[in-house]
Ligand binder design. Structure first.
Ligand code: ADP
Length: 454
């Protein structure tokens, strides 16, 4: 076929056309042929007319220049796209904070727009520590990393995340040949973040639609610092160990890989402290949610429970609060609080490739509906009670490590004939007289005052 087509274009003659079959797809060649003819006449018209000749020349020149300009621009664009790599990191992604933190610690950078990040932590004793870091602010920045240059642009958009935070992005640009360094930067940033959290427990709290890190990561709480009644710690520790080993058992049977624990008992008995210590023991973080929070809706609860940060224990505090709002929509149609059925649905719906450990706490187990206590929702219920004699002695020993004085203290304690005393109350007394066990014994009456209860 091809020779005929080429021949026709190169030497257009009527004879060639007449040779062609009209059913032949090469019909279009005839059209081309005509065009060549039209152009031919047009050219003659232009060259024979001086007016057209002058204007036409200019026109052609202008058109070619425009074409060239466009060509250069698109070539530059093409080369740019070939040569430059963009990496966009959004603030909805974990690596966003990691990267900003990495960059604020990186020496070889040029940043004129800085933002101050103030961190403050309130310690358990109420003291507050503040610190500042300078992170790259919205705007343009440069840095040199392993002989390659990186351009960084941080932008803040007017749009708002569901969490209430403005949407932000950081875009990193570098040459195509250096693109492999992007992964290495992100890896360094991640490792730096991990190191900051080494030996620490990160606390997350629900914030709007998302989980947000709450305060600075805390030092892991050692399990020995929590004094529970005999065998309680061991039984829960063993159960979690067994659960963590049984991943394939759950997966093979198609059972959601999760386990729920309920710790119930009076306030100040160490429920929260024990969960913190467990998180430390298994190197987990904690995501805390208060189901009684008025802004929490069933939808948000379900979303949050399905998006728990990795390697994190879910802690639902004061779970009985969910039982106060059995219906969600009021007459006016607005929503307040989580409903009981919403809570059950969220618990049942938790689906994750990873294991999910849920702890719930309550001071009012009698308020709980039996539906919550079904296996799968709560698999183990444990009473964490006021201090037993065993715990009183253990607490004393932990503070003063003096067996003789412990006997003395126990004698005085029994004489008080208190109906109950919480471990938090005992801690209060021992902290007050931390230097001297004799003073703790002399002032044991303090345990009678109810205000010390938590
Ligand atoms: P709960 O969650 O049961 O209300 P917390 O864990 O919040 O109690 O304890 C309140 C305070 O009392 C914490 O400072 C904690 O260290 C101390 N505390 C309470 N119970 C214990 C315990 N069993 N062992 C060690 N410390 C305890």
């Amino acid at each position: 076929d091809r020779p005929i087509v080429q021949g026709v274009i190169e030497t257009p003659t009527t004879q060639d056309i007449s040779l062609m079959n009209y059913n032949n797809p090469h019909d279009k060649v005839q059209v081309d042929n005509n065009n060549v003819g039209t152009f031919g006449t047009l050219e003659k018209m232009i060259s024979s007319n001086p007016y057209f000749a002058a204007g036409g020349g200019l026109m052609v020149l202008g058109a070619s220049f425009a074409l060239l300009k466009n060509g250069v621009a698109s070539f530059a664009n093409l080369m740019y796209r070939r040569m430059v790599v963009d990496l966009e990191i959004r603030n909805s992604d974990k690596s966003y904070e990691w990267f900003l933190n990495w960059m604020s610690n990186y020496k070889h950078r040029v940043s004129r727009q800085l933002s101050v990040k103030t961190t403050f932590v309130q310690h358990q004793n109420g003291s507050v520590a503040t610190g500042f870091t300078f992170v790259p602010g919205p705007g343009n920045h440069w840095f040199k990393y392993k002989k390659a240059w990186f351009f960084v642009k941080r932008e803040r958009s007017e749009r708002i995340h569901n969490s209430g935070q403005p949407m932000e992005t950081v875009t990193l640009k570098t040459l195509y040949k250096d693109r492999y360094l992007l992964a290495s930067i992100l890896d360094e940033a991640r490792q730096m973040a991990m190191k900051l959290n080494e030996g620490k427990t990160v606390l997350y709290k629900s914030w709007g639609q998302d989980w947000r890190i709450f305060g600075k990561p805390r030092k892991k709480r050692v399990i020995d610092s929590v004094i529970l009644d005999k065998n309680i710690k061991e039984s829960i520790l063993d159960d979690i160990k067994e659960f963590l080993k049984s991943g394939s058992w759950y997966h093979n049977r198609g059972i959601p890989y999760r386990r729920g624990y309920l710790l119930y008992g009076p306030p100040g008995s160490g429920k929260t402290s024990f969960i913190q210590a467990l998180a430390g023991e298994f190197d987990y973080n904690i995501a805390i949610m208060n189901v009684g929070e008025p802004n929490l809706t069933d939808d948000r609860l379900a979303y949050l429970m399905n998006n728990i940060p990795e390697h994190t224990i879910l802690l639902l505090e004061d779970i009985d609060a969910a039982f106060n709002n059995r219906t969600q929509s009021t007459e006016k149609g607005y929503v307040s609080g989580v409903t009981f059925s919403g809570l059950l649905n969220a618990l049942d719906g938790v689906a994750s490739a990873e294991e999910v450990i849920t702890f719930m706490t309550t001071n009012h187990p009698e308020k709980l509906d039996p539906a919550l206590l079904r296996p799968g929702r709560i698999d183990m219920k444990v009473l964490i009670n006021n201090a037993s004699d065993y715990q009183v002695r253990q607490m004393f020993m932990r503070f003063y490590d003096d067996a003789e004085k412990a006997e003395e203290f126990m004698k005085a304690f029994k004489e008080l004939e208190l109906p109950y005393v919480s471990t938090a109350q005992l801690q209060g007394l021992f902290v007050q007289f931390k230097e001297n066990p004799n003073l703790a014994i002399d002032n044991i009456d303090i345990l009678k005052s109810p205000h010390m209860n938590n």
